[in-house]
Ligand binder design. Structure first.
Ligand SMILES: Cc1cc2nc3c(=O)[nH]c(=O)nc-3n(C[C@H](O)[C@H](O)[C@H](O)COP(=O)(O)OP(=O)(O)OC[C@H]3O[C@@H](n4cnc5c(N)ncnc54)[C@H](O)[C@@H]3O)c2cc1C
Length: 332
């Protein structure tokens, strides 16, 4: 078994030998890796320990080759985009972490094609420059194309499902398939990529294409400016966070519930519930992953006790968590 649900590494058939995997990756795929590499700088929450082995891939070819390599050998591995929807455990991640920086971007007619590591903000501005509308919402999302397809990321009345033409994914066996949007079972912040079969490595996006429409660049720019202004006015930007921590329950807003439960400003160590947007946990005082998770648990338990609603995390807690989280914790 090489990776568990959500891509979290699980016990490999053999112990993970970082030195050997590093040497094999260099010889067979031609890429360099880093041992015991801190992951906090690669996440927007800025917490978490090291990866046993970190591989940064700079193009789709390297991403495909690294996935095939790991999957053919049952090597535990996990893919990270911009780390804007995850909280990495303080003990870090065992096995190989593949950091996706494949950033090829191409515009042809009304179609924009991007490798998985392209930043959402970049595809928004590039589309605007080409006079194409449909991806303005991407400006607001600090993730990569791969992470955005995984999450069906969305904002400001747009979401990936509304514009995706296809995604090329590498499957558990290392083979690549082109999936149409209709194959991805998109839902509210959800896709089929989030639900691999138990014990099976998840599909990984290598590239995606978006079908857009022509519009005046100035009109598109005005919409981008509106999104920027809205974000500045309503969100605590510039402080480490992972955006919204919990999913909105049907017909309600997690932020409204957390506020109603009196939790704004609640703190555990260096992590605090934002005063500006109650569904955001900020790491405003160099907190740890444990601070963040304990605070998320406290928020969920308080909302359950006071308002009778079970909040479900939107962020992913990745890596080597201690008990009680290792065996399921409060929410997993
Ligand atoms: C300040 C802030 C604001 C935010 N606002 C929004 C918002 O408005 N709307 C919204 O939807 N989200 C928002 N988010 C959340 C986040 O940006 C999105 O979910 C984003 O799509 C995650 O992409 P990522 O590259 O950072 O993924 P990561 O955090 O790196 O990874 C998240 C998951 O995706 C998987 N993954 C990463 N790359 C791939 C790939 N190539 N193929 C398959 N799986 C992959 C990882 O294995 C992991 O399980 C916000 C986050 C922050 C910090």
């Amino acid at each position: 078994m090489s990776a568990g649900p959500g891509g979290r590494p699980t016990a490999a058939a053999e112990p993970f030998d970082a030195a050997r995997v590093a040497a094999d990756l260099q010889r067979r795929v031609g890429v360099r890796t880093e041992r015991d590499a801190p992951l906090a700088p690669h996440t927007t929450m800025r917490v978490g320990g090291p990866a046993d082995l970190l591989l940064t891939v700079h193009n789709a070819f390297e991403l495909r080759a690294a996935l095939r390599f790991a999957r053919a050998r049952g090597i535990p591995h996990l893919v990270l985009g911009r780390g804007s929807d995850v909280v990495v455990a303080d003990a870090g991640v065992r096995g190989l972490v593949i950091l996706v920086r494949a950033d090829g971007l191409d515009v042809a007619g009304e179609r924009v094609t991007a490798e998985a590591g392209v930043q959402m903000a970049r595809i928004a501005t590039r589309s605007q420059g080409a006079g194409l509308t449909g991806l303005e919402f991407a400006l607001a999302i600090p993730g990569s194309i791969g992470g955005a397809v995984w999450a069906n990321a969305g904002a400001h009345d747009g979401e990936i499902a509304g514009v995706l033409a296809w995604a090329d994914v590498v499957g558990p066996d290392g083979m690549e398939t082109r999936l149409a949007a209709s194959d991805l079972a998109f839902g509210y912040r959800d896709s089929r990529l989030k639900h691999p079969a138990p014990g099976v490595p998840p599909d990984i996006v290598v590239a995606a294409a978006f079908g857009l429409a022509s519009d005046e660049p100035a009109a598109i720019r005005a919409r981008l400016e509106e999104i920027k202004a809205w974000r500045r006015a309503h969100q605590p930007l510039g402080i480490p966070s992972a955006g919204s921590v919990f999913r909105n329950p049907p017909g309600d807003s997690a932020g409204r519930l957390i506020d109603a439960a009196g939790l704004k400003g609640r703190r555990v160590g260096g992590a605090v519930v934002s005063e500006r947007h109650a569904n955001w946990i900020l790491n405003d005082q160099k907190g740890t992953a444990t601070d963040v998770r304990m605070l998320a648990d406290l928020v969920a338990a308080t909302v359950r006790d006071r308002l009778g609603v079970d909040l479900v995390p939107e962020v992913e807690f990745l890596g080597d968590w201690p008990e009680p989280w290792a065996s399921g914790g409060l929410d997993r």
